[in-house]
Design a protein around this ligand. Structure first.
Ligand code: SF4
Length: 306
């Protein structure tokens, strides 16, 4: 029998894996380009399990680290029926990849596409919000990942109001922060767009401003960078601030209840099968059991015959 490589880098080199490698290893190599597994991140895992290299070394559950897979569900929030299930690595990017895969697969298989999706901040990257809103036309009830928040007590970008019509921010003192103050003969050059831009206030406004210490204590004027696709992120913020969000988040809790049931009642805190396919089989069987249980409850009670 061939000796198996002990270094994770050697696992990534397909030629290093002999054809007679264990099934879990062959499956790991097969999913290296899958966005729920190998393609999810270029960061090399700290440790790799020789018996099951596709599993993820994770301490995400705030306890001792262990090798794990993530179980991802796409559910119908009316009844809590699981529409799709996908196994992935236990990292955020892989779970986002699994969500996209499930949305597309559900549309392909059943002709069903959600009007909206509720999820936690892990799914609120610009990339994912663009995919959901612009590419799939799905409303995102997802908190936006925002790295522009200042931690030194000065005003963050969210304290400034975006004025879409005039392509400018308005500061808390009511002054304009503009990308350019020139009027180009070609109006398209001034038009709001999706490209990242810097917006700045006038030096004369900031130097005489009573709020300068709260806004830009170390610079002459305040400047704000508006990210590419900030319009999409603003739309997600608008969805989250809307009156529909509490209902969406309440419905999202149904998926958490399914996961709690999975661990506590079905005892799936530990897996019995190895490799992405084995894990997918276990997750699918467990989801099927949960759906059957749910469907039995949904079925109207038949009158007793006798
Ligand atoms: S410092 Fe400038 S940008 Fe900041 S609040 Fe004052 S006028 Fe507005």
């Amino acid at each position: 029998m061939s000796r198996l490589p002990s270094n994770p880098e050697d696992w990534a080199a397909r030629e290093a894996a002999p054809n007679d490698a264990p099934r879990a290893v062959r499956e790991y190599l097969d999913v290296l380009d899958d966005e729920a597994f190998g393609a999810a991140s270029e960061v090399k895992p700290k440790f790799t399990a020789h018996a099951d290299p596709a599993s993820q070394w994770t301490a995400a559950r705030k306890g001792p680290a262990f090798f794990a897979y993530s179980d991802n569900y796409l559910i119908d929030t009316d009844h809590g029926i699981i529409m799709d299930v996908d196994a992935s690595r236990s990292i955020r990017q892989a779970e986002v990849g699994a969500m996209r895969k499930m949305i597309d697969r559900t549309e392909e298989r059943f002709g069903l596409k959600p009007d909206w999706v509720a999820a936690d901040t892990a799914y609120g990257s610009s990339d994912n919000l663009v995919w959901l809103t612009l590419k799939r036309k799905i409303l995102p009830f997802i908190p936006v990942v925002d790295h522009s928040k200042r931690k030194d007590g000065t005003w963050s970008r969210s304290d400034f109001t975006w004025d879409e019509d005039n392509d400018q921010y308005i500061c808390p003192e009511g002054k304009e922060l503009r990308h350019t103050r020139r009027n180009y003969s070609d109006p398209a050059r001034n038009a709001p767009g999706l490209k990242a831009k810097n917006y700045g206030a006038l030096k004369s406004d900031c130097q005489n401003c009573p709020s300068k210490a709260k806004c830009c204590p170390n610079t002459d004027t305040r400047r704000i960078r508006r990210e590419e696709y900030e319009i999409v992120r603003d739309f997600a913020r608008y969805c989250v601030a809307s009156e529909y969000n509490p209902t969406a988040q309440k419905r999202r809790k149904k998926v958490e209840m399914l996961f709690a049931h999975l661990k506590r009642i079905l005892g799936l805190g530990r897996l019995r099968l190895r490799g992405p396919c084995g894990v997918q089989d276990e997750f699918t069987l467990a989801a099927t059991a949960q759906n059957l249980r749910k469907l039995a409850k949904l079925k109207p009670l038949m009158p007793a015959t006798g």
